[in-house]
Design a protein around this ligand. Structure first.
Ligand code: ADP
Ligand code: ZN
Length: 714
C-alpha cells in the first residue's frame, strides 16, 4: 500500500488515490482478474499503469485508439514511465526495433492495437517475453451490446490462451449495463474476476439542460464568452457539424471539426489542432473523442439530445478530467426525439433490440425534462442509491428558477389522456389539446371530446413539452415500442382529484465565468514548452496543476513538489521555467494581492456573483451554532440537504463541526469497515447496519479524507 501511494506521488504528482483506484490496483497486484467500471475521466489509466510498474516483465495494454497511442505513450515517457506502442502507423523496421527493446526489458508498458494480436509474427514475438498483465482498455468493445463493437476484440482471449504463461487480466470500461459486463467476463475468459464499479459521480461537472434555445445563436455566444477555454460541441449529423463549424469560423471563432465524412488525414489534423490548443473548440459528431484524454476540456455542449444516457455521460465526461469545474450543457429540441427514433429504426434491425434502444431513448428524454436534480437523475440511472434530493451543483438545483404552480395545466393534460382512453401517442394528445383541425383527428372523432381545444391559444410545441415534462416527472408514462402510447401513472390520480400540486421550474438567469492573470501567463508558458517538445500542452501540466500553481504560488522546488500533478521527472524538467514566471509575478504583485486574485480565480464559476451559494448559507448558520434541524426548518430544506451542504463545505476545505453529523458510536463502526472495504459508499452501506445512514457514512469518509489532506503542508 505504501509503495503504490509513493508511486502515485513520484510519477503522477498526486497525493491521494481517487475512489476505487487503490482497490483495483491491489486486486491486480494480487494476481486477480479484475473488471473496473469507472466513468470517463475517473482515472482508469493509473489503475493499470501503477501495477505495471511493480510487476515483473511488461504489461500489454490493448486499446482500440490507435490515433491516441502516441500521445498516451508520450505522456508516460514525459512522466518517466518507460512505455512504447506498436501499431500500424509504424514501419516494419521500427516495429522490429521496438520489439527488440521490449525483449531487452526496456519498457514496462507496451500499447498495442487489437488487430496485432492475430498476426503470427506477433504471437511468436510475444512468446519469449515475460508478460505479467494484459490491460484491456475500452473493454466494452468486445460486446455487441456496447456502442463500439470491435470484432478484433474477440481475438484477445485466444491470444492470451496462446501465451506460455497466463498473465493477470484487467478490463477497463465506462459502460455499466449488465449485458456488457457479462460479455466482458465471458468473452475475455476472465477467471473469477473481481468487479469494481466506482462511484459514477463526477463532482466537478456542472450539468444543465436548456430547452427551446435558438441553438446556433446560443452556441456562438457561449463560445465567444469562453474563448480562452477548450470545449467540445457534439452535434448529431455531419451536415450540421459542417454548418455550425462554418458559422463559428465566420464569426471569428476558430473552431475544429470532426466527423466520419472527413478523410483520415483531415481528421488527424483537426484532432491534433484541438489537442495542441491551436483551436479551442471542436464541433464534432460522436465519432470524436473516444478516449480523448485532453484534460482541460472546460465545457461539453450537446447541440442535440444523444440517443441514450450512457452515450451522453461518456461524452459529457470528456469535460473536466483534470478535476476542475467544467460545464456540460444539453440543448434539447423536440425534433431531437424524432431524429433519434429515426436513427434507431434505421440502424437497428432486431425488434427486441429496437425496443431496448427505444426504452433507453425514453430515459434520455426524461433527463431532458426532469425538473429535479440532474446529477442525481444520472447517478440513479447508473444504479446508485441516492437519498438526497439536491446536489447543489447542477442547473436544476442552482440556476435561478421561478417555481410555477402548473397543477391546472397538468389536470387538463391528464384528463385529456383519460378521455382518450390511454390509447394514443404524444402527438395526438397534443393535437387534441391544441384543437388541431386535421383529418386524422376528425376521422377518429376526437374533435368531439370535452378536452378538445383546451389549449387552443398555445403553440403546439409548448403543449408537447408540457406532456414530456409530465412523463419525465412520472405523472404520465409511455408504453414501449415504435408507437408509444401515453398512459396515466399512479401519481396522476391525486393530481386529478386536486390532492397533489404540480410544479414547474422556469429558467431565468445565466452565469458568467472567471479569469486570472498568473494562470494566463502559466498557460502561455505551457504552450511554448509544448510547441518546443512537440506534445499537447496538457501533457506538460493539466489546467488543475496550473490553477494550483497560480493559487499557491510556490517559489522554490520544495514547495513546487507539493502541487498536485508535479511528479519528480516534471519537477526537474520544467520546474525552473515555471518558477521563473511565478517569481516574477509575485515580485510584480504584492503577496496579499497575488493571493487574493488567485483565490477568486479558483472559486467555482457556477454561481451568480450577487448570490451566496446555498451550501455556504447553510455553513454560515452552522458556524453560528444553529443546529442542523433548526437550519433545515429555517431554510425550508430537508435534513438530508442540510447534511449534504455541510459535507460539501467540508470537501471544499471549510471547518465544520463533525460531531453534529456523526453519532459517536457510528464513527468507529464505519472506520472499521473503511479499513476493510475502502471508501466505496455503496459497499459500506451494504456492509453496515441499516440504522447507519448514507450521509453518516459519507461524513465519516469525508472527515478522514479531510484529515489526510490536512497533513499536507502547503
Ligand atoms: P479515464 O478513466 O477516462 O481513462 P484517465 O485515466 O485519463 O481517465 O484520468 C483522467 C484524469 O485524472 C487524468 O488527467 C489523470 O491524470 C487524473 N487522475 C488520475 N488519478 C488521479 C488521482 N488519484 N488524483 C488526481 N488526478 C488523477
Ligand atoms: Zn443537482
Amino acid at each position: 500500500m505504501e509503495t503504490t501511494q509513493a508511486l502515485l506521488k513520484q510519477y503522477y504528482g498526486y497525493d491521494e488515490f481517487r475512489p476505487g483506484q487503490e482497490q483495483i490496483i491491489d486486486s491486480l497486484l494480487q494476481g486477480k482478474d479484475t473488471v473496473a467500471i469507472m466513468p470517463t475521466g475517473a482515472g482508469k489509466s493509473v489503475c493499470f499503469q501503477i501495477p505495471a510498474l511493480l510487476l515483473p516483465g511488461v504489461t500489454l495494454v490493448i486499446s482500440p485508439l490507435i490515433s491516441l497511442m502516441k500521445d498516451q505513450v508520450d505522456g508516460l515517457t514525459d512522466q518517466g514511465v518507460p512505455a512504447t506502442y506498436i501499431n500500424s502507423t509504424l514501419a516494419n523496421s521500427e516495429i522490429d526495433r521496438r520489439l527488440s527493446l521490449v525483449r531487452d526489458g526496456r519498457y514496462k508498458l507496451v500499447y498495442i492495437a487489437p488487430e496485432r494480436l492475430n498476426a503470427e509474427w506477433f504471437k511468436t514475438a510475444m512468446g519469449d517475453i515475460t508478460i505479467s498483465m494484459v490491460a484491456v482498455d475500452e473493454a466494452h468493445c468486445v460486446s455487441q451490446w456496447g456502442h463500439d463493437f470491435r470484432p478484433s476484440y474477440r481475438g484477445i482471449s485466444s491470444f492470451i490462451t496462446g501465451l506460455p504463461q497466463r498473465p493477470v487480466i484487467g478490463a477497463f470500461t465506462a459502460t455499466a449495463t449488465p449485458e456488457v459486463k457479462q460479455d466482458i467476463v465471458a468473452l475475455l475468459s476472465l477467471r473469477r474476476p473481481e468487479v469494481y464499479v466506482t462511484g459514477f459521480d463526477r463532482p466537478n461537472l456542472f450539468f444543465r439542460v436548456l430547452r427551446g434555445e435558438d441553438k446556433p445563436r446560443f452556441v456562438a455566444n457561449y463560445v465567444k464568452q469562453n474563448v480562452n477555454q477548450s470545449g467540445i460541441i457534439y452535434v448529431a449529423t455531419r451536415k450540421e457539424v459542417d454548418g455550425l463549424w462554418e458559422l463559428l469560423n465566420s464569426q471569428g471563432l476558430p473552431a475544429g471539426r470532426y466527423h466520419a465524412g472527413l478523410s483520415d488525414e483531415e481528421r488527424a489534423v483537426q484532432q491534433e489542432k484541438f489537442l495542441y490548443d491551436d483551436v479551442r473548440v471542436m464541433v464534432a459528431t460522436n465519432a470524436f473523442g473516444m478516449g480523448i484524454d485532453k484534460s482541460n476540456v472546460r465545457y461539453v455542449v450537446h447541440y442535440n439530445m444523444p440517443k441514450n444516457m450512457e452515450g451522453y455521460y461518456q461524452e459529457a465526461g470528456r469535460g473536466g478530467r483534470d478535476g476542475e469545474l467544467s460545464e456540460c450543457i444539453l440543448l434539447f429540441g423536440a425534433q431531437d426525439i424524432l431524429l433519434q427514433k429515426y436513427m434507431i429504426e434505421k440502424s437497428v434491425e432486431n425488434p427486441d433490440r429496437q425496443n431496448y434502444e427505444l426504452s433507453r431513448l425514453q430515459e434520455m428524454i426524461d433527463y431532458c425534462h426532469t425538473p429535479e436534480c440532474l446529477r442525481y437523475y444520472i447517478l440513479r440511472y447508473f444504479g446508485e442509491q441516492i437519498d438526497d434530493d439536491e446536489c447543489g451543483q447542477c442547473g436544476n438545483c442552482c440556476d435561478d428558477y421561478e417555481k410555477i404552480d402548473i397543477t391546472v395545466d397538468a389536470q387538463k393534460v391528464l384528463s385529456c389522456v383519460y378521455r382518450l382512453q390511454e390509447r394514443f401517442g404524444v402527438t395526438i394528445v397534443a393535437d387534441v389539446l391544441k384543437g388541431s383541425n386535421n383529418q386524422r383527428i376528425r376521422q377518429l372523432g376526437l374533435d368531439k371530446l370535452s378536452t378538445y381545444g383546451l389549449f387552443n391559444d398555445r403553440p403546439l410545441a409548448d403543449i408537447k413539452i408540457l406532456i414530456q415534462r409530465l412523463i419525465a416527472t412520472q405523472y404520465l408514462q409511455l408504453t414501449g415500442g415504435h408507437y408509444p402510447v401515453v398512459q396515466l401513472s399512479p401519481r396522476a390520480l391525486p393530481v386529478l382529484k386536486g390532492q397533489l400540486q404540480v410544479w414547474q421550474k422556469t429558467f431565468t438567469k445565466r452565469t458568467p465565468a472567471a479569469d486570472d492573470g498568473l494562470f494566463e501567463q502559466l498557460r502561455q508558458l505551457r504552450k511554448q514548452i509544448a510547441n518546443r517538445e512537440n506534445v499537447p500542452p496538457y501533457i506538460i501540466f493539466s489546467d488543475l496543476t496550473l490553477k494550483e500553481l497560480s493559487k499557491f504560488c510556490p517559489v522554490d522546488k520544495e514547495t513546487l513538489r507539493n502541487i498536485k500533478g508535479v511528479g519528480e521527472v516534471k519537477l526537474q524538467k520544467y520546474g525552473d521555467e515555471f518558477l521563473a514566471v511565478i517569481n516574477q509575478y509575485v515580485a510584480e504583485h504584492p503577496p496579499a494581492k497575488a493571493g487574493e486574485e488567485a483565490v477568486t480565480a479558483t472559486k467555482p464559476a457556477n454561481k451568480t456573483a450577487d448570490k451566496t451559494p446555498s451550501h455556504l448559507v447553510t455553513l454560515q448558520l452552522h458556524q453560528q451554532g444553529i443546529t442542523m434541524a433548526d437550519i433545515a426548518q429555517q431554510r425550508e430544506l430537508t435534513a438530508t440537504t442540510v447534511q449534504s451542504h455541510l459535507l460539501r463545505c467540508a470537501d471544499e476545505g471549510h471547518t465544520i463541526d463533525w460531531d453534529q453529523l456523526i453519532p459517536p458510536e457510528a464513527e468507529q463502526l464505519v472506520l472499521a469497515k473503511i479499513k476493510e472495504l475502502g471508501t466505496s459508499l455503496k459497499l459500506l452501506k451494504q456492509a453496515l447496519p441499516d440504522e447507519i445512514e448514507y450521509n453518516v457514512i459519507k461524513a465519516v469518509v469525508s472527515k478522514h479524507a479531510q484529515a489526510a489532506r490536512k497533513k499536507l503542508k502547503y
